[in-house]
Design a protein around this ligand. Structure first.
Ligand code: NAD
Ligand code: 6OD
Length: 498
């Protein structure tokens, strides 16, 4: 089947209406809510909200599809479909970029180099992996001198509920959909209410790619008392995978508990970066500017706590300040834009409340702390200034709580041990980075980070086969590579007496 370009977007004079996708059909929901463009606060589209009955329809369709032809697709066929999905995403590249940019306000350049290519890569990587993934086999000597052969087979886990956030909407959704489908499951996805567009395009893409009806279902809506809660608590869902805030993770865990169903949680972070005086200074400053400000700081992996060895502290703060001040907040399509808005007015209020709190907590505002000025419709957007703080106590709320904006606190340290203690002093445990030219120290420090992933002299450099996830408030379990395949399948060990 070809990659037909189905028009998601209505002609410009009509507001687009985004529906849920259930059993191969777009279905209108019980009420409408606006999809706001964060760059200027305009209404980009209207979305129809799925209520509990529609979520039930989606789960029922997914369960039915599990027992249909999808059940008989072999690994090679599923892998071929995943490659097809990747191709279809690429054939609609501009459309995906436009949808992601309208929903998030992020620069076109960023969506074009990160979000959309990663969506295609997610499908390719898990297609490759499922084709080659082996399983254990053991020859067992039995007490009576005979033998047994044990081997494991991989079966789908069933209907997977996938609930995702707004910061990297397509990347994070496909990161879970791809391995779930690779393992032969069916899915019901609930994207963030803030970013419904690329998930809707993905539903069209699934249809274009020939994914059978009911295998991929999409429900739009909110979390609590809406589609998210209905999906997490639905009795016929076999596993829930969630990316989002730690507090929401706790609510979803409560919803899953009565059903004793597996969960995979990728949650928040308050990530540390440790910069040693022997680092390669310029690349480190550049890397740190990315680690703090990429996607306007709305990446769970962003460094919000930067510890710098005292001899280079002042120079480093100064250099990072220059980088922050070079960032250009602007229209997403403008080539010179390097900083988008935050996702919503609510989120901007939250980030601004932390900027105010930082002052109350004794911070020095090295740069930023406010809202950029515009003389056009961007005044109605949700921009904030990139901000660097120094001088707070480690116990300050701004140094302990995830802000999720373009902001970091920079503090000095005097020894390797102190840096490790400071970096690990958090209830989160998602990501860390270590910046040094001393190879021994790099390994020593990286291995002691209480984090699911530690980068050395780089940040957000991803190999999709590696374990990804966090500890503490940052999550439960690991996805990536075989970790994903193992979450999205049930292993059945077959033991044969020989
Ligand atoms: P959020 O938790 O508010 O929402 C995420 C999703 O959960 C949305 O689809 C929302 O509708 C849904 N939801 C909310 N309440 C629910 C409920 N009671 N039951 C079921 N679903 C519910 O998160 P957000 O604000 O969209 O995203 C930002 C957060 O996500 C940050 O904390 C960030 O660190 C985290 N995040 C983590 C990772 C990671 O890989 N660890 C990646 C991206 C974002
Ligand atoms: O790169 C990934 O696979 C991933 N899950 C990134 C998460 C980024 C958080 O905002």
């Amino acid at each position: 089947m070809g990659c037909r370009a189905v028009l998601l977007l209505a002609p410009e004079d009509k507001l687009k209406l985004l529906h849920s996708y259930i059993d191969g059909t777009f279905v209108a929901g019980r009420s409408e809510f606006p999809d706001i463009n964060p760059a200027d606060g305009s209404v980009a589209a209207m979305v129809t909200e799925a209520g509990p009955e529609m979520v039930d329809d989606a789960v029922t369709a997914a369960r039915r599809a599990l027992a249909g032809p999808w059940r008989r697709t072999g690994v090679r066929e599923r892998a071929a479909l995943l490659y097809r999905i990747a191709e279809c995403i690429e054939s609609r590249f501009e459309q995906f970029v436009a949808a992601e940019v309208t929903d998030t306000g992020k620069p076109v350049a960023l969506a074009s180099r990160l979000d959309v290519p990663r969506a295609a890569a997610n499908f390719r990587v898990f297609a490759d992996l499922i084709k080659t993934a082996g399983l254990e086999a053991f020859h067992t000597e039995t007490a009576d001198g005979r033998q047994a052969l044990n081997y494991a087979v991989r079966n789908p886990i069933g209907v997977v509920g996938i609930i995702t956030p707004w910061n990297l909407p397509l990347l994070l959704l496909t990161w879970k959909v791809a391995p779930a489908l690779a393992c032969g499951n069916t899915v019901v996805v609930k994207p963030s209410e803030e970013t419904p567009a690329t998930a809707t395009l993905l539903a069209e893409t699934m249809r274009d790619a020939g994914i059978p009806s009911g295998v991929f279902n999409l429900v739009h809506g909110f979390g609590e008392r809406s589609a998210g809660e209905a999906l997490a608590s639905h009795p016929d869902v076999n596993a829930v995978t969630f990316t989002g805030e730690s507090r929401t993770g706790a609510a979803i865990m409560r919803a899953c508990a009565p059903h004793v169903r597996p969960v995979s949680f990728e949650l928040g972070g308050k990530n540390a970066a440790i910069v040693f005086a022997d680092c390669d200074f310029e690349p480190t400053v550049t890397g740190m500017a990315d680690a703090v400000f990429l996607n306007t700081g709305q990446v769970c992996l962003c460094a919000e706590r930067v510890y710098v060895e005292r001899p280079i502290f002042d120079r480093f703060v100064d250099a990072l300040k220059k980088k922050a001040e070079q960032l250009r907040p602007g229209w997403p399509a403008d080539d010179t834009t390097t900083l988008g808005p935050l996702i919503s007015a609510t989120h901007r209020d939250k980030v601004m409340s932390y900027y105010r709190l930082a002052r109350e907590e004794g911070a020095t505002i090295v740069t930023g702390g406010g809202v950029p000025e515009f003389d056009d419709a961007r005044r109605n957007g949700f921009y904030v200034q990139p901000t660097i703080l120094t001088g707070m106590a480690e116990s300050a709320r701004c140094a302990q709580e995830e802000i999720f904006g373009p902001v970091c606190h920079v503090a000095p340290f005097d020894s390797e041990e102190e840096a490790i203690t400071l970096a690990n002093d958090t209830k989160y445990g998602l990501a860390a980075s270590v910046w040094t030219s001393n190879l021994g120290r790099a390994h020593r420090v990286a291995q002691q980070m209480r984090a699911g992933i530690t980068w050395v002299n780089c940040w957000f450099l991803r190999d999709l086969r590696t374990p990804f996830g966090g500890m503490g408030l940052s999550g439960i379990g690991r996805e990536g590579g075989m970790h994903s395949l193992n979450f999205y399948s049930e292993l059945n060990n077959v033991c044969i007496r020989i």
